[in-house]
Write a protein that binds this ligand. Structure first.
Ligand code: GSH
Length: 255
């Protein structure tokens, strides 16, 4: 029996749900960021983060480790490319999505879903777009070694990690410019042909429709961890962040 502590908005939880579905594995979903499920989540992940996965008596946390676990235990429909070089590239893309891209998009998204009275700090979005463009250019170069729009021939950890972020761009006023990054754009279009991706998009749309009336999910205090704080500080938004800490609007991971 597989149980996933998930959240309809978390790119990391969505990544794991997509991998489970792609592999055709049945699982039970628990909304891990609901207030009434917090104690249950803490029992499986002391950091109080989703995703966390229970497979009978095995507990795995952290999305990339969960995907690696799933591949070991359920190898039938692979989510890593076959060749060693391709596998290294797919893991690197997964890491880029999980660290830098997630940090930029989360920071630029806050004013679209959180309960806020302020406006986003001046220059935040421009800075986010500039850094995303630099990352997209690196991905574009990496894709030059592959000759199909879906570089590894099937969905992999790279797609599961990137898809939630690429689908979020437009609603945040950010762009993936097809004329500058044609291979990355073609890859995104190719992802859209897969049921696993489309089902994820539909679930997320449904979740977002109910978010503003869902008191179970915290939207006033924001959860902060390493990569997301790093990007803010590295890009000079420390005064805004310090204001958040002083105003008591910050939640940290548990230890
Ligand atoms: N490195 C972790 C990151 C997980 C993470 O950041 N989860 C966020 C949601 S996107 C979370 O659970 N935050 C707790 C909260 O919002 O209370 C992974 O890859 O699974």
């Amino acid at each position: 029996m597989i149980t996933l502590f998930t959240n309809g908005f978390s790119p990391f939880a969505r990544k794991v749900a997509m991998a489970l579905e792609y592999k055709g594995l049945d699982f039970e979903s628990i909304e891990g960021l609901s207030r009434h499920n917090r104690e249950r989540l803490l029992k499986v992940n002391p950091r109080a983060e989703v995703p966390a996965l229970l497979d009978d008596d095995i507990c795995v946390v952290n999305s990339s480790e969960i995907l690696a676990f799933l591949e070991h235990k359920y190898p039938a429909r692979p989510i890593y490319p076959k060749g060693l070089n391709a596998c290294v590239v797919a893991r690197a893309l997964e890491r880029m999505a999980d660290t830098a891209i997630d940090a930029i998009i989360l920071n630029c998204s806050i004013w679209t879903w959180a309960i806020r009275e302020d406006k986003e700090p001046p220059g935040l979005k421009e800075c986010g777009q500039r850094d995303l463009d630099a990352i997209f250019a690196r991905i574009e170069a990496m894709l030059g070694d592959f000759d199909t729009p879906l570089p590894f021939g099937h969905l992999t950890v790279a797609e599961f990690a990137l898809w939630p972020h690429l689908t979020a761009l437009r609603s945040m006023g950010l762009t993936l410019d097809a004329s500058k990054y044609p291979r990355l754009h073609a890859w995104f279009i190719a992802m859209r042909e897969h049921k696993t991706c489309l089902d994820d998009a539909q679930r997320t749309t449904n979740f977002m429709k109910t978010l503003k009336t869902n008191d179970e999910i915290e939207r006033t205090k924001l959860f902060w961890r390493g990569d997301r704080v790093e990007w803010l500080l590295a890009r000079g938004f420390h005064d805004w962040f310090y204001g958040e800490i002083k105003a008591g609007r910050v939640l940290w991971p548990e230890y």
